[in-house]
Design a binder for this molecule. Structure first.
Ligand code: FE2
Ligand code: FE2
Length: 346
């Protein structure tokens, strides 16, 4: 049995590790960052420390460095336990700072126990850490890379969520299959034409992909109804903007997705819904998706009418430019089809 100090800012990760270690008979102390861990260990040195990498206050590398500068602690084995893919240079840096081991989450309980058993109680000389200057330079570099990695992971998750949402909407409404994706493609194309940067254009694509998410709350009979909608049905359809907004509003995206969902049916002269916003009170992304939405709807077949074609769609945009639709977005959309030979994806 060993006394093990866990250092991790995520309560869930601490809980999982504690459960595994206590089941193996060890006694566990938890701390939430390097600074706190250092204070705890100085007051009562453990037999082993297991640390996360990125943490507030003092991260794992910083803790490892301080740990091995302290003669009281330096002999106690220091293990990194990191969530992301461990790069060889990251592991090299951790070892240079004194770490005995660099493990990648999640490990099976037996593997963890094996790794720890070899370290605890083994005779070892205290490893050295790096000189201050070299540590500081490599530390900055390692943390920057780790942060970029986490941002990439987050982006992948966000894209996955958006893709799932858009598939759900399309599965629900087979008659408009591909509508979301095509609106996204056209909105992104308009963004490029307006000189938006890559990230903003990606946001437009995503906004298009989810703009009708609120339709999941509508009865299927309304979505596929071949004839005209009654007033009451129309009011219900309008609610897809506010319902969709409420579905997305609490999620944290780096693009104004919830705003686009709410406002893609607003019109420049204030005649749209749900808030009757006018002009620039409607976000530019919502104005762009609004234009892409009209075009895609008109060129595609609908249960209540055949496809009208791109010429009719462009004529409608011209008629409504500046009153219903954003004039710049209309001009950009026109250039896309007329000069850039833009095609909506199938
Ligand atoms: Fe809509
Ligand atoms: Fe739509």
């Amino acid at each position: 049995m060993a006394r093990i100090l866990i250092v991790d800012d995520h309560a869930n990760d601490r809980y999982l590790l504690r459960t595994v270690l206590e089941a193996a008979g060890h006694s566990v102390t938890e701390s939430v960052n390097g600074r706190e861990a250092l204070a705890l260990a100085r007051a009562d040195p453990p037999d082993l420390v297991v640390s996360d990498v990125l943490m507030p206050e003092l991260d794992g590398f910083g803790l490892c460095h301080e740990w091995h500068k302290n003669p009281l602690l330096a002999k106690i084995p220091f293990v990194f336990y990191s969530a992301n893919y461990v790069k060889p240079d990251e592991e090299r840096f951790a070892r240079a700072a004194g770490a005995a081991l660099f493990l990648q989450k999640p490990l099976a309980p037996e593997a963890l126990e094996d790794a720890f058993a070899k370290l605890v109680g083994a005779e070892r000389t205290a490893p050295r850490t790096l000189p201050e200057g070299e540590f500081a330079a490599r530390h900055q570099d390692a943390v920057n890379r780790k942060l970029l990695e986490q941002i990439e992971t987050l982006k992948t998750t966000q894209r996955g969520v958006i893709d799932l949402v858009s598939r759900l909407v399309e599965a629900r409404d087979p008659y408009t299959a591909g509508h979301e994706r095509r609106v996204g493609a056209l909105a992104a194309g308009i963004g490029v034409e307006l000189g938006f940067d890559e990230n903003r254009c990606e946001g437009l694509r995503f906004a298009g992909q989810v703009h009708d998410v609120g339709k999941v709350s509508l009865p299927a009979e309304i979505l596929v109804k071949p004839g005209r909608l009654t007033n009451w049905e129309y009011e219900l359809v309008k609610s897809h903007t506010t319902v969709g907004h409420d579905l997305l509003a609490h999620l944290d995206f780096p693009w104004p997705l919830a705003d686009v969902v709410r406002h893609h049916h607003e019109r420049i002269d204030g005649s749209g819904y749900p808030d009757g916003l006018a002009g620039e009170a409607i976000g530019i992304e919502a104005r762009i998706v609004g234009v892409a939405d009209v075009v895609e709807s008109m060129v595609s077949h609908r249960p209540y009418r055949p496809a009208l074609g791109i010429e009719a769609a462009l004529a409608e945009l011209e008629r409504g430019a500046g009153t219903h639709y954003d004039a710049l977005a209309v001009a950009a959309c026109r250039r896309l089809f007329r000069e850039r030979d833009f095609r909506l994806p199938d």
